[in-house]
Design a protein around this ligand. Structure first.
Ligand SMILES: [Fe+2]
Ligand SMILES: [Fe+2]
Length: 280
């Protein structure tokens, strides 16, 4: 059977001298070396926190290149800065930060075909860039990439989810919620293209929560982080507070997925560190 096994890891958050998530990454790397999927998609937030920390970049790259299988890379807010219009972090995406990511990982978007599917990965941080040339370039590239897979099922990968509750929701006034997903204008434009070209699956990271649902013919999968969960349990969550990654199997007639790792990774709780609670 023509089957393509793809593992998505997201929000691995690796940093030099900040090895409190490294135990999980080493277990993930060991699992990947044993299972040997055809491809690993690293869907953003490779870097621990500061997108301008060169030591973290070198550390993350050294850790990821341990994987004995091909990898494709997409940037997240902690790699190249947050979205200009909807982000929250002080550092926002720009050409220099994008160039740094590409110099370490070789790409910021990609498209390829396998098992009768078209696979497209985009730079989510460029959406809502307030007029950066690179965003216009990416929209033109995306339209062409999706068009080249016309008639096939398409899986789209990007770091941030498109929305929290529904595609029609407005941009939130709350900075935390607004930075959780793609801004409303970019989302609408993206969904028009997705519907036009037959996108069946949208796979994202960023929320450090697991959530799966289907809406209007598209499966949405929020992948957990391999590193940690973020907000306290009392905060409103849309998905499950767990760590892990996604094991996909694509075939010409569909796909399966399972969340792996919640049972053997340690659920680091990053909010405790922010409160200065010792003993994580
Ligand atoms: Fe993250
Ligand atoms: Fe993120």
């Amino acid at each position: 059977m023509d089957e393509f096994r793809l593992v998505q890891v997201a929000d691995i958050h690796l940093g030099a001298g900040k090895e409190h998530h490294l135990d999980n990454w080493l277990k993930v790397a060991e699992w990947i070396a044993r299972e040997r999927p055809a491809l690993v998609v690293v869907n953003g937030d490779l870097i621990m926190g500061d997108p301008d920390d060169d030591a973290d970049y070198a550390f993350a790259r050294a850790q990821i290149t341990r994987l004995p299988v091909p990898c494709r890379y997409l940037p997240g807010n902690h790699d190249i800065g947050d979205n200009v219009l909807s982000g929250k972090m002080e550092k926002r995406v720009n050409d220099a930060r994008r160039a740094r990511f590409v110099s370490h990982f070789g790409e910021e978007r990609w498209a390829f075909e396998a098992a009768g599917w078209g696979f497209v990965g985009i730079n989510a941080q460029l959406l809502g860039s307030n007029g950066q040339v690179a965003e216009a370039d990416q929209w033109a590239w995306l339209e062409k990439a999706l068009g080249s897979f016309s008639g096939r099922r398409i899986a789209l990968f990007l770091h941030k989810p498109l929305f929290l509750d529904h595609p029609s929701e407005p941009d939130s006034d709350d900075a935390n919620l607004r930075q959780s997903c793609i801004d409303a204008v970019s989302r609408s434009r993206l969904l028009v293209l997705c519907k036009q070209h037959g996108v069946r699956l949208i796979s994202s990271g960023h929320k450090h929560q697991t959530r799966t649902f289907s809406l209007d013919g598209i499966y949405y999968i929020w992948a957990p982080s391999t590193a940690c969960v973020n907000s306290p349990p009392t905060t409103l969550h849309w998905g499950a507070r767990e760590v892990g990654f996604v094991d996909y199997r694509f075939r010409p007639d569909g796909f399966d997925h399972r969340i792996v790792g919640a049972d053997f990774l340690f659920r680091h709780e990053s909010y405790m560190r922010k409160y200065g609670v010792a003993g994580e």
